[in-house]
Design a protein around this ligand. Structure first.
Ligand SMILES: [Zn+2]
Length: 393
């Protein structure tokens, strides 16, 4: 029995591209790897151009979608931009007995940067099968085994350039949250992150799309894919939208912001209490240094600036529930050197308890940026901390 290999020869901007790069040798290699034998017939579908860099193989009742890599890696977004389209087309196909593959074409440029390897792990987790990676890279790609591993890998990279990251993931006791910007290629990355997360967690996933300017929703094809997977809810938000909410809610301290959470993940990395080291994400919270209600009451700034302060990743710490409550209740504070303080007249048992649950004497230098210190000075100017003393004397 022969396999039927179908591809569309024209790229959107390059007629005949796939006739040129899909040599007989490559088609045969793909055929053998997908079907285990080398007999095939080629069908060139000229009805429209090729989206998703796809080759379709039908063999023994199985439909295989093979997405081809670029042949020239020019930029990290460019190099993976066709994959989300392939995923969307794969999910949109109503054939049930199907598999999605990824095939590395002979290429120039580096397909195995840290960014690519993370992206490929997401693909593998989402169910994509790599056909020939070992020809170009010394190790296979491992899927993420748990949502915690995925969260760590995504957010725990303080020493590398996190500003390149546009999407972040965390979880609470009952849900997984994905925070993503929706411009450019990032909107597709957030979709992939959601698909991968859905494959390894039973918890519902909230996907927050954070639009920098106007509300730009995810592409309809991505929405269809997410709907097909289920268990993922999409929330669109934007600076404009959150600013309105801030103005109406901040004074009552009822302002909760996905953008603030995203900014904290960007500055601080994964959720980890700075005082006790607790890493159980369900009980780690973003704690404002200069509180939202205080910001709202301040007379020095207009609403736009106040909002900027309320969502700034510099204006916060990860604290566990205990330390957060102690901090908000002023049982704990920090001096301008980042040392942990408690009230001088605190009941002995309270002090002993706080001492017992607190491991760190002062805040890490990575946290104590000039901007962070400015927020600390705002906080410390509101209340008299002169009778406070260091927790660790
Ligand atoms: Zn703690």
């Amino acid at each position: 029995m022969e396999a039927i290999i179908t591809y569309r020869p024209d790229a959107q901007k390059t007629p005949g591209l796939y006739d040129r790069i899909l040599t007989n040798e490559i088609l045969r290699d793909i055929c053998v790897r997908v079907t285990g034998q080398d007999r095939f017939t080629v069908v060139r579908d000229t009805s429209t151009y090729n989206r998703g860099r796809l080759v379709i193989i039908e063999y023994r009742g199985i439909k295989s979608f093979v997405s081809l890599s670029e042949v020239l890696v020019e930029g990290r977004n460019q190099s993976v931009q066709s994959i989300p389209t392939a995923i969307n087309l794969y999910y949109a196909d109503c054939y049930s007995n199907k598999t999605l593959y990824y095939y590395f074409m002979p290429h120039s440029g580096n397909y195995f940067t840290d960014y690519h390897l993370f992206y490929f792990r997401l693909l593998k987790t989402a169910g994509v099968v790599f056909l020939n990676i070992l020809r170009y890279y010394p190790a296979d790609i491992n899927a993420f085994e748990s949502i915690d591993e995925l969260i760590d890998e995504r957010n725990d990279n303080r020493k590398t350039n996190r500003s390149n990251n546009s999407s972040f993931i965390s979880k609470t006791s009952d849900k997984v949250q994905i925070y993503a910007k929706t411009y450019g290629a990032s909107k597709y990355e957030s979709t992939l992150l959601a698909i991968a997360a859905a494959a390894i967690t039973d918890r519902p996933i909230d996907l927050y799309n954070i639009c920098e300017q106007d509300l730009t929703r995810l592409p309809q094809s991505s929405l269809n894919t997410i709907n097909a997977i289920g268990n993922i809810s999409i929330y669109d938000t934007s600076i404009t939208l959150e600013k309105k909410r801030f103005i109406s809610l901040a004074r009552n301290n009822e302002f909760r912001s996905p953008i603030y959470q995203r900014n904290l993940l960007q500055k601080l990395g994964r959720k980890r209490c700075v005082l006790c080291g607790c890493e159980i994400p369900e009980i780690i919270q973003g704690a404002h240094i200069w509180g939202v209600a205080e910001i709202a009451r301040d007379n020095h700034f207009n609403d736009d600036r106040k909002f900027d302060h309320a969502i700034s990743g510099e204006n916060g710490l990860w604290l566990c529930q205990n330390h957060h409550k102690l901090f908000d209740s002023h049982y704990l504070s920090f001096d301008m050197d980042g040392n942990v303080l408690i009230p001088g007249n605190l009941r002995t048992e309270y002090g002993q308890f706080i001492h017992a649950i607190t491991k760190n004497e002062h805040l890490d230098n990575l946290i104590m940026t000039d901007n962070f210190k400015w927020y600390l000075s705002q906080r410390n100017s509101i209340r008299d901390y002169s009778c406070y003393q260091c927790l660790f004397i």
